[in-house]
Design a protein around this ligand. Structure first.
Ligand SMILES: N[C@@H](CCC(=O)N[C@@H](CS)C(=O)NCC(=O)O)C(=O)O
Length: 230
């Protein structure tokens, strides 16, 4: 599935990790140096964020938005559908796969900011997103009660996308969610996934989840300049 045709501009982030095991060349950009806002990068990604994929085999075609990249890689490089579902021969499973990818991208991903990165604790915002995250994880717990993978009977893009967005699920005790916990272990045990979670640096899911607030807050300030408006 890997191909020298692809270059991924990424970093150690939940948007980037699901993509890393599919590409031969992963280039890390420095957020501290604001490389994602440089002129050359904005030409390939007008949104000025990581990740971006370049497909050299198609005239250096650029794809941005992590879930769009994931689907692009599957469409062109997972033609045997080892880790994705086929829209033509498996339309219902393909649709379910999309549903869970959107659930993770639009639902889980935005819950992180006020709980972990904001420079001050805003009680309403923290409660709102923490409750929402707990609700979303409960949806996963229920979904996984009698199945190994989120969609169908095999590991797919839906699993990796959702797992990596979950790393932001701070302060949640894994024991409260045994089905989710076992599913995380199943995903991490897959050699390809394990490899991908090591690029550009090893993602330790458990450790990331338990990162103290001071650390994630400092990260938000350093990388994204999150601060109060004066
Ligand atoms: N919806 C986008 C979000 C991408 C995103 O937020 N990327 C972060 C990665 S840490 C980033 O580039 N942040 C830098 C910035 O905000 O300038 C996606 O999924 O690709």
């Amino acid at each position: 599935m890997t191909s020298p045709q692809l270059t991924l501009y990424s970093n150690a982030s939940p948007a980037g990790y699901p993509l890393c095991h599919f590409v031969d060349e992963a280039k890390t950009l420095s957020l501290i140096d604001k490389e994602q806002k440089s002129d050359w990068y904005l030409k390939i990604n007008p949104n000025g964020r990581l990740p971006t994929l370049i497909d050299h085999s198609k005239g250096n075609f650029a794809i941005w938005e992590s879930s769009a990249i994931l689907l692009y890689i599957a469409q062109h490089f997972d033609t045997e559908h080892k880790i994705s579902y086929d829209p033509v021969s498996e339309p219902k499973l393909y649709s379910e796969q999309l549903q869970w990818i959107f659930f993770a991208h639009g639902g889980i991903a935005p819950t992180n900011h006020f709980m972990r990165m904001a420079p001050e604790t805003l009680p309403y915002a923290v409660a709102r997103f923490k409750n929402e995250l707990i609700r979303l994880i409960s949806v996963l717990e229920e979904r996984l009660k009698d199945r190994e993978w989120l969609v169908g009977s095999r590991y797919s893009l839906a699993d990796i996308k959702t797992l990596v967005r979950l790393i932001e699920a701070v302060q949640l005790e894994p024991n409260d969610y045994p089905n989710v916990q076992k599913w995380i272990e199943r995903i991490e045990a897959r050699p390809q996934t394990h490899k991908g979670l090591g690029i550009p640096e090893r993602l330790d899911v458990e450790k990331y989840i338990k990162k103290p607030l001071e650390e994630t807050r400092a990260m938000g300030a350093a990388l994204f300049n999150f601060k109060n408006v004066e």
